[in-house]
Design a protein around this ligand. Structure first.
Ligand code: SAM
Length: 218
């Protein structure tokens, strides 16, 4: 694990005295506005171009987990989907609603691995640059939970930030192959693995993979 964020218990939301709630990272709470600008400097289509042809027809129910400042949730709503955006960091949800206001996105506070406030089924679940924040022990549990939230034949799209993790937030370098194996254990099968290579925000030390899994058989 790299950096726990426990140096900043006064930031973010608390589930118990001095303990940040699940998924809340001070890094994101402190930088929400700047990150909103940064994430919004690229489009949904640019970031997820390698999987657009796999998206279900609208209007399908879509869940964006770790939705951040709403770039993808809003783009999906504009494409006609019924979108739920789950985001544990209050500051990011607030920036999302001021930067990307959209009545067609339902925002809620929730976090992996439990996602306890959500009810499926969803035809598409998106985790864009989120999975690498989960510790090894959480990832299997998270995959099981995501599988239960998916509709039959529903798609799970997981983009992975690769490279040596930074030290200012909890992050792990998780290979796509591990996501595929966790998915198989939860009865999800691999549909596509995209090795996108370069970082769209221009960071030389960062590269990306996207794993697309489908629930159930053909
Ligand atoms: C790099 S940002 C990506 C935001 C957005 N998905 C995007 O692509 O622009 C990582 C996001 O994951 C969220 N996150 C971190 N840990 C999480 C957890 N355990 N459950 C859900 N979201 C989490 C953060 O709050 C943050 O919004």
């Amino acid at each position: 694990m790299v950096g726990t964020g426990e140096n900043f218990p006064h930031l973010g939301e608390s589930s118990a005295v001095g303990q940040p709630a699940a998924g809340v990272q001070p890094y994101y709470a402190q930088r929400a506005e700047v990150l909103g600008q940064r994430y919004g400097s690229v489009t949904f289509e640019e970031v997820h171009g390698g999987v657009l042809d796999l998206l279900p027809p609208a209007p399908a129910k879509v869940l964006d987990v770790g939705a951040g400042t709403g770039r993808d949730a809003v783009a999906l709503a504009q494409r006609g989907y019924q979108v739920v955006a789950a985001e544990p960091v209050r500051e990011l949800r607030e920036v999302a609603q001021s930067l990307n206001p959209c009545d067609d996105v339902r925002w809620l506070e929730d976090s992996l691995p439990a996602l306890s406030h959500l009810q499926g089924p969803f035809e598409l679940v998106l985790l864009s640059a989120v999975w690498m924040h989960l510790a090894s022990a959480e990832r299997g549990q998270a995959m099981e939970r995501l599988a239960t939230l998916l509709a039959p034949a529903g798609l799970l799209v997981v983009s992975l930030r690769r490279g040596v993790p930074p030290t200012d937030r909890v992050m792990f370098d998780v290979p796509a192959e591990e996501v595929v194996q966790d998915g198989e254990r939860a009865a999800l099968r691999l549909v596509r693995l995209v090795g996108e290579g370069a970082d769209r925000l221009g960071r030389a030390e960062v590269w990306w993979q996207t794993v697309v899994l489908r629930k159930g058989g053909e």
